[in-house]
Design a protein around this ligand. Structure first.
Ligand SMILES: [Zn+2]
Length: 264
């Protein structure tokens, strides 16, 4: 017992001494500097190269354009539009509620439109934004009730309107890339009917004379041209119409039969 008591006393002594030393540390200690002392400045850091996120990688993570990108843009909740005293138009229920157009009896759009847009994406590494692909007859009339638009090739899956994200103000470059497709495609590269584009000089609804080859008709809509329900954005856009079916070797012409009869 006596021995442990002595031990306790000893530890108490140490503790008190500790307290005393803490107190003494609280006294400010003046820092002495010589006149030539200086701070070491940090050098500009050499940063490591940032790894891009998957969505930043150009041309890698861009989704491949399929016919699903062409679904009609009608919105069921859109209020009816009064065209004149006797005509009121309603929008359709939306592209998920009705099929696409039918091409050679199969639901879809003309395959060359997919090939061309995927080529543009691959070449630019930037995303193609389709603003108007297929339009059903209800949405086509609702979006643009003008007489010229009634026979639009959007109704038969043979037309697309689009711009390229990040190149919104360079539509001429996109038109050049679309033309380049034909100079690279093994099927067309040696055929001037496809590689040589002519200008269409007759009057249209755009100021820039359109370009065309045997297969497509290319239009450039400036910022203030061709604005309708689907193309209500602020950018110029490009429109591609299919004029010739390479597989069937026949002209692609609008007809209501093609719109209404899926078996053709
Ligand atoms: Zn529709």
């Amino acid at each position: 017992m006596k021995r442990s008591f002595l031990f306790s006393l000893f530890f108490l002594f140490l503790f008190i001494q500790d307290l005393a030393s803490i107190e003494s540390n609280e006294k400010p200690v003046p820092i002495q500097r010589k006149s030539k002392d200086f701070y070491y400045l940090l050098q500009t850091p050499h940063l490591r190269k940032k790894k891009p996120y998957s969505w930043e990688k150009e041309g890698v993570s861009l989704p491949k354009i399929t016919k699903e990108f062409f679904r009609c843009r009608g919105i069921a909740q859109n209020a009816p539009r009064q065209i004149d005293a006797s005509k009121i138009l309603s929008d359709c229920a939306g592209g998920t509620k009705h099929p696409l157009s039918f091409v050679q009896g199969k639901e879809g759009v003309y395959a060359v439109l997919l090939d061309l847009l995927n080529f543009v994406q691959k070449k630019t590494g930037k995303q193609v934004v389709i603003t108007c692909g297929h339009r059903c007859s209800l949405h086509n009339a609702y979006a643009d009730p003008s007489k010229d638009n009634l026979s639009s090739k959007h109704l038969i899956g043979a037309e697309v309107d689009f711009y390229v994200k990040g190149m919104e103000h360079e539509p001429e470059k996109i038109i050049e890339i679309v033309q380049e497709f034909y100079r690279q495609d093994p099927e067309t590269k040696n055929n001037p009917e496809f590689t040589k584009f002519l200008r269409y000089e007759k009057k249209t609804n755009v100021a820039t004379p359109p370009w065309y080859n045997k297969e497509i008709f290319l239009k450039l809509f400036r910022k203030e041209e061709g604005r309708d329900f689907d193309n209500s954005h602020d950018y110029p856009y490009v429109s591609i119409q299919v004029r010739f079916d390479r597989e069937r070797k026949e002209k692609v012409v609008f007809s209501w039969d093609l719109v209404n009869n899926p078996s053709i």
